[in-house]
Each structure stands twice: as structure tokens, then as C-alpha cells.
Design a protein around this ligand. Structure first.
Ligand SMILES: Cc1ncc(COP(=O)(O)O)c(N)n1
Length: 281
């Protein structure tokens, strides 16, 4: 872990929705950030009435209130990294894109569209609005379904995931991590999760983007609620601490296996990951 003053740690900001059930969204993000010794600030984009069984109600907050929360944080703190999660509406996606345009530190964009329970968290009209935010990202972290929506192509195999990552980088993102948790077992084998990182940073031999594949064991559980939120927040926390994108992704992906293995069996539905175990390395 990099050295810093525990009383004056790096500050990371999550711009995301509230999950009343506590397993995902802002609640998971702040837990993951604090687990890394990073101070977490939050801009809430929407409140959700949600539990482990599903999302009952979504209340997007007005875009100008999202902007005033952001201004309150940016005016006071030296924000070292921003992570975005559920943005709910096209207006909020556009507002956040404008707000981060002048931000000079790393930006991790987790393009949250649909909850693990299948409920929509982003209005369909907002999908197109994501293009400019992706272009501004240091790292965009779609799962395969989100990568398919963002690129307009199906993502079913690791080769598709790499192609989608290359396309997101071509759109302007510095890097894309296409999370393979939902890739079909037939495409990757049943015991493994393959995540693909594409970085614009040139490969000296090919001159093209650099591609890394991370393979981790697949844990036999449905308690993965909050995994995308925790992973993108862990990466943002590590970037706030000054780690490289490659290094932050490598360790965060590895540590997520443990966060899933030690997940919470709370509620009647599928449980949630445990972000408190992150940040140990
Ligand atoms: C407020 C909020 N943000 C993000 C997610 C996605 O998490 P998951 O895909 O694990 O349901 C969620 N369910 N709720």
C-alpha cells in the first residue's frame, strides 16, 4: 500500500445511486473506499427503494441538485479520483459529463444500467448520452451486457470482450475493463472468470492498445450484489492513492474474489459482496 498520512488521506468521490438495501450503490462504494484508507465523499444521483429481492422504486434526483452536491464537494476537498455508478437519467449523465470535464484526476466510469435482479437503473434514453462520459473516462468498467449496449455489438466470448474494449478506447476512454462474470461458461470454462483490460497506452510491438487478461476462480454463489460497485470503487481508491491503472485493476480484480467468497447472506434474495475485505494488499 502506498504511504500517506492517515489523518489526511486521499479523497475519492462516488457519484452514484443509494441502495436502501445497503449492498450496492453509494453504500458499497463508500465501504470499499474506506477499506482502502481513502476518505470517500458522495454525490447521490437517485434514491432506490431496493432490497436483495429487487428494486421497488427509483427516484432520480434533479440534475441541478446533483450539480450542487458536486460543487459542495469539489469546492472543499482536493478530490484525487472520481467514480460514477448509477446515473439514472440522460440529464444526470449529461450534467455529470459537464462537471467532470474540468477534473484533472482519474475518472472511473461504471456504466450501471440494470441491477443484478434485472431491474432497470438507467432510462433507455440515457444509453446514448453515455458516449461523451465514456470518452472522458480514465477507465470504463462495463460488464458484458453494458459493453454490448455501449458498442452496439454482442459480447459473448473473450474475443468479443477484447473487441468491445478496443472500441471503447477508440471512443476516447484511456482504458476499458470488460468484466467477464456474465460470459457464458461455454466460452471460458466453468471454473474461471475472464476480465479483459484494454489500455490506449501503446503496445511497443504492435503500436496498438495494450491488452491484459485477468483470470480468477469463479465462486459458486449468487451473492454478487454490489460486485461492480465495489470493484470500480476499489480501483478509484487505488488510483486516488497514486497507483497505475494496470496495477490497480490487477489487485482489485484479485481481491474481489475474496469479497465474493466472504459475501453476506443477508435478506431473502441473493446476498451481497463484502467490500470490507478489499484494500488489504
Ligand atoms: C443504487 C444501485 N447502484 C448500482 C446497482 C448495481 O448493482 P448490482 O448489479 O449488483 O445489482 C444497484 N443495484 N443499485
Amino acid at each position: 500500500m502506498s504511504e500517506y498520512d492517515p489523518v489526511d488521506p486521499p479523497v475519492a468521490l462516488t457519484v452514484a445511486g443509494s441502495d436502501s438495501g445497503g449492498g450496492a450503490g453509494v453504500q458499497a462504494d463508500l465501504t470499499a473506499m474506506r477499506a482502502h484508507g481513502v476518505f470517500g465523499a458522495s454525490v447521490v444521483t437517485a434514491t432506490t427503494a431496493q432490497n436483495t429481492r429487487g428494486v421497488e422504486d427509483v427516484n432520480p434526483l434533479p440534475a441541478d441538485h446533483v450539480a450542487s452536491q458536486y460543487a459542495a464537494v469539489a469546492d472543499d476537498f482536493d478530490v484525487a479520483a472520481v467514480k460514477t455508478g448509477m446515473l439514472a437519467t440522460a440529464e444526470v449523465v449529461e450534467t455529470v459529463t459537464e462537471l467532470v470535464a474540468d477534473f484533472n484526476a482519474p475518472l472511473v466510469v461504471d456504466p450501471v444500467m440494470v441491477a443484478a435482479t434485472g431491474d432497470r437503473l438507467l432510462s433507455p434514453a440515457a444509453e446514448d448520452a453515455y458516449e461523451d462520459l465514456v470518452a472522458a473516462a480514465t477507465l470504463v468498467t462495463p460488464n458484458v451486457d453494458e459493453a454490448a449496449v455501449l458498442t452496439g455489438n454482442p459480447v459473448e466470448t473473450p474475443a468479443d470482450a477484447e473487441a468491445a474494449g478496443r472500441e471503447l478506447v477508440a471512443l476516447g476512454a484511456d482504458a476499458a475493463l470488460v468484466k467477464g462474470g456474465h460470459l457464458s461458461e461455454g466460452a471460458v470454462g466453468e471454473d474461471v472468470v475472464v476480465d479483459t483490460l484494454v489500455r490506449a497506452e501503446g503496445d511497443s510491438e504492435s503500436g496498438g492498445p495494450t491488452v491484459d487478461r485477468f483470470e480468477t476462480p469463479r465462486i459458486d454463489t449468487d451473492a454478487t450484489h454490489g460486485s461492480g460497485c465495489a470493484l470500480s470503487s476499489a480501483i478509484a481508491a487505488r488510483l486516488a492513492r497514486g497507483e497505475s491503472v494496470r496495477g490497480a485493476v490487477d489487485v482489485a480484480v484479485e481481491e474481489m474474489t475474496e469479497a465474493v467468497r466472504r459475501g453476506y447472506d443477508v435478506g431473502e434474495g441473493p446476498g451481497a459482496v463484502n467490500p470490507t475485505v478489499l484494500g488489504e494488499e
